[in-house]
Design a protein around this ligand. Structure first.
Ligand SMILES: Cc1cc2nc3c(=O)[nH]c(=O)nc-3n(C[C@H](O)[C@H](O)[C@H](O)COP(=O)(O)OP(=O)(O)OC[C@H]3O[C@@H](n4cnc5c(N)ncnc54)[C@H](O)[C@@H]3O)c2cc1C
Length: 373
C-alpha cells in the first residue's frame, strides 16, 4: 500500500511529490498518463510575479520566489535555471485602476514585496520604446520575472523526488474508490491502494473528483499565446500587462515577443485574436503592428470562481487532497503549493495561509483575485 498517490505529473504534481519526499514521506507514487509536463506546464512561458490583489496569493508567490531564487541549490539540476528578474509592469489607463494598484502596492510593501507605483514619466524612463499616451501610471515589481523553462523545472522536481524515493508511473487514473482504510486508485492497467490521494490533474481533476462524490467549482478556459519572429532585444524586457486594453506581452531573451489577449477566451478555431492582440499591443509598442506572427500555442486555465487555487484536504472526505484550480498562475506558485499540500498530508503546521485556499471557502462569500492575466 502506498502512503500517497498523486494524480498528474505537471509542475504541480511534481512539486507535491518533491515536497512530500523532502518531508521524509516514503511510499509516494506519482501517476502521469502521458509524459511529465505534457499538460499546460509544457506550454507555460514561465512568468513569476508577486503582484496580486489578495494577501494570501502574494504570500504564496513570495515564498515561491525564494524557492526559485535557490532552485539550483535545492534541486541540483543538470542545467542551471536562469531566473530573469526583468519585472512585471501593470499599466493603468484609468484613475480607478491606478487607485486599485496603489492599494495593492501598499499591501504588498507591508508584506515585504518591493512593488512600486510608477508615473507615466517613470514608465518612459524604464521602457523608452513604450508609448505612454493615455496612461495614468502603473505598478512595477523588479523582483518579478521569468524562468523560461517550466518543462525543465517540472522534470528537475521529479528527478529530485525520484532520488528521494518517489516512484513515477505512467498510467491513466480512471477512478478512486473509498475503502475501509484509504483509497483504491484504479488506472488503465492496474490499481493502487493508498492512504492519501492528491488530485493534481488540472481540468481533468474535475471528472475524477466528481466520481468520488466531490464536485469541484472549476471551469476550463481556453487561452492562447502568440509568438512573433525575433527582433532586436531589449525593447520590452518586463512583462507588460495593460488589462484595460486586453493586452499582455513580453520580449523573451531570444528577442521573440510573446503576447496574450486578455479580453475574452478565443474559440478554438478563431484566429481573430491575433489581430486584436497586435492592434492592442501596438498602441503601447508601435513595432508590434508590423511584426510577423510565427506561431500560436494554447492551453486551458483551470479557473475557480475567485481565481484562487483549491489546495489541501477536502473537508469531510478523509485522505483526499486537492492541488487544482490554478486559474492561469500555477507555475509561479508551484513551490508553495507543494509545501502546503505536503503539510496537509503529513499533518505539520505551515506558516503559509492554507485556509484561504480550502474548498470550504465556497460555502461562504468569496472575494475575487482580480489580477488575472
Ligand atoms: C496560455 C497559458 C499561459 C500561462 N502562463 C503562465 C505564466 O506565465 N506563469 C504561471 O505561473 N502560470 C501560467 N499559466 C498557468 C500554468 O501553466 C498552470 O497553472 C500550471 O502549469 C498548472 O500545472 P498543473 O501541474 O496543475 O497542470 P498540467 O501541467 O496540465 O499537469 C496535469 C497533468 O496531469 C496529467 N493527467 C491528467 N489526467 C490524468 C489522469 N487521469 N491520470 C494520470 N495523469 C493525468 C496530464 O497528462 C498532465 O501532465 C499559463 C497557462 C496557460 C494556458
Amino acid at each position: 500500500m502506498a502512503d500517497v498517490v498523486i494524480v498528474g505529473g505537471g509542475v504541480i504534481g511534481c512539486s507535491v511529490a518533491f515536497h512530500l519526499a523532502r518531508a521524509g514521506v516514503t511510499g509516494v507514487v506519482l501517476l502521469e498518463r502521458a509524459t511529465l509536463a505534457s499538460g499546460v506546464t509544457g506550454i507555460c512561458p514561465g512568468g513569476i510575479r508577486q503582484q496580486f490583489d489578495g494577501e494570501a496569493d502574494c504570500l504564496l508567490a513570495q515564498r515561491s520566489v525564494v524557492f526559485y531564487d535557490h532552485i539550483d541549490e535545492i534541486l541540483e539540476p543538470e542545467h542551471r535555471f536562469a531566473f530573469e528578474k526583468s519585472g512585471y509592469l501593470f499599466l493603468a489607463d484609468s484613475d480607478a485602476v491606478l487607485e486599485k494598484f496603489r492599494r495593492n502596492v501598499a499591501m504588498q510593501n507591508r508584506l515585504g514585496i518591493p512593488s512600486e507605483i510608477l508615473t507615466a514619466a517613470d514608465i518612459s524612463q524604464l521602457l523608452p520604446a513604450i508609448n505612454t499616451e493615455g496612461l495614468s501610471g502603473g505598478a512595477f515589481c523588479r523582483e518579478d520575472g521569468f524562468i523560461e523553462d517550466c518543462h525543465g523545472v517540472a522534470f528537475a522536481l521529479a528527478r529530485r523526488a525520484r532520488d528521494l524515493g518517489v516512484r513515477v508511473i505512467h498510467e491513466d487514473a480512471r477512478s478512486f474508490l473509498r475503502q475501509d482504510r484509504g483509497w483504491a486508485v484504479v488506472t488503465s492497467q492496474s490499481s493502487f491502494q493508498a492512504q492519501h490521494v492528491v488530485l493534481a490533474a488540472g481540468v481533468d481533476s474535475v471528472p475524477l473528483a466528481a466520481g468520488a462524490g466531490v464536485p469541484l467549482p472549476i471551469k476550463a478556459e481556453r487561452r492562447r499565446l502568440l509568438y512573433s519572429t525575433p527582433t532586436t532585444s531589449g525593447q520590452m524586457n518586463p512583462l507588460v500587462a495593460a488589462p484595460e486594453r486586453g493586452f499582455a506581452g513580453k520580449q523573451l531573451t531570444s528577442g521573440v515577443f510573446y503576447m496574450g489577449w486578455l479580453r475574452e477566451t478565443p474559440a478554438d478555431a478563431d484566429l481573430t485574436f491575433i489581430e486584436k492582440t497586435l492592434e492592442a499591443g501596438s498602441t503601447l509598442l508601435p513595432l508590434l503592428a508590423e511584426l510577423p506572427a510565427r506561431r500560436v500555442l494554447g492551453g486551458l486555465y483551470d479557473s475557480t470562481p475567485d481565481h484562487r487555487p483549491l489546495l489541501g484536504p477536502v473537508p469531510g472526505v478523509e485522505g483526499l487532497h486537492l492541488a487544482v484550480g490554478f486559474s492561469g498562475h500555477g507555475f509561479m506558485i508551484a513551490p508553495a503549493v507543494g509545501e502546503i499540500v505536503a503539510a496537509g498530508i503529513v499533518g505539520t503546521a505551515t506558516d503559509l495561509p492554507a485556509a484561504a485556499f480550502s474548498l470550504e471557502r465556497f460555502s461562504t462569500t468569496i472575494v475575487d483575485e482580480g489580477l488575472v492575466i
